[in-house]
Write a protein that binds this ligand. Structure first.
Ligand SMILES: CC(C)(COP(=O)(O)OP(=O)(O)OC[C@H]1O[C@@H](n2cnc3c(N)ncnc32)[C@H](O)[C@@H]1OP(=O)(O)O)[C@@H](O)C(=O)NCCC(=O)NCCS
Length: 183
């Protein structure tokens, strides 16, 4: 099997939706597949980084990073948020999600992105360098309940940002809906 990570192209749209629906299930998956489509067309999400993992040219995984801003930050910061990440169920637990995360972070770092946020499972993302963001004084766009505060995470891709910058994260318009912020 020939596994490759590459930037998503327009003609991947249906294959990405299929992977997202398979990974998240029919009901939630359709909503998240629509979110991916909407974010890719959302000017406030730019720049985006949309990567697919292919196995013998079929899309089996997808990751999306979209631009965020930090309200009232001490200086202009280049920052992104990871959402969503999906791997076709029969390919899960084989390191594919991890490869997509690592490749995405590498490309963002090269592009000069300083901070990356994620709202996700606190058992998964710390393996890829994320740690709780609230304690570092980064507020999510909507309040995260105290019992789930560890799910709101950040990592810096350039040294010396965390500790010198803080504030509320403002995400792209299409992601700025409370329904996406219940963890
Ligand atoms: C979460 C997901 C992207 C991980 O991708 P993957 O290719 O299966 O993950 P990897 O093989 O890189 O990593 C596997 C590890 O992640 C853990 N893991 C998988 N899904 C997890 C989840 N939802 N929550 C916490 N940990 C999870 C596995 O237990 C395994 O742990 P181990 O390394 O200690 O054995 C994939 O399972 C998926 O698409 N799930 C459904 C959609 C989803 O929940 N997306 C994430 C929210 S945006």
């Amino acid at each position: 099997m020939n596994l490759q990570v590459r930037k998503a192209i327009k003609s991947d749209k249906q294959a990405i939706s299929d992977v997202v629906i398979a990974a998240f299930g029919e009901v939630e998956g359709q909503e998240i597949a629509d979110l991916v489509t909407d974010l890719l067309a959302d000017p406030s999400a730019q720049p985006v980084l949309s990567l697919v993992m292919t196995a013998d040219d079929s899309v089996i995984g997808h990751i999306l990073f979209t631009n965020v801003q930090i309200k009232h930050s001490q200086r202009i910061i280049s920052a992104s948020i990871l959402a969503p990440l999906a791997v076709q169920p029969e390919y899960q637990n084989q390191g594919i999600g991890g490869r997509l995360v690592r490749e995405g972070l590498k490309q963002l770092k090269t592009a000069g992105v300083e901070l990356v946020f994620v709202l996700g499972h606190p058992g998964y993302y710390p393996k890829h360098g994320f740690s709780p963001a609230g304690i570092k004084k980064f507020e999510a766009p909507y309040p995260i309940s105290p019992e789930n505060s560890d799910a709101w995470m950040v990592q810096e891709l350039q040294p010396g940002v965390i500790g010198h910058v803080c504030g509320q994260v403002i995400c792209a318009d299409e992601l700025n809906d409370q329904k996406y912020w219940r963890e």
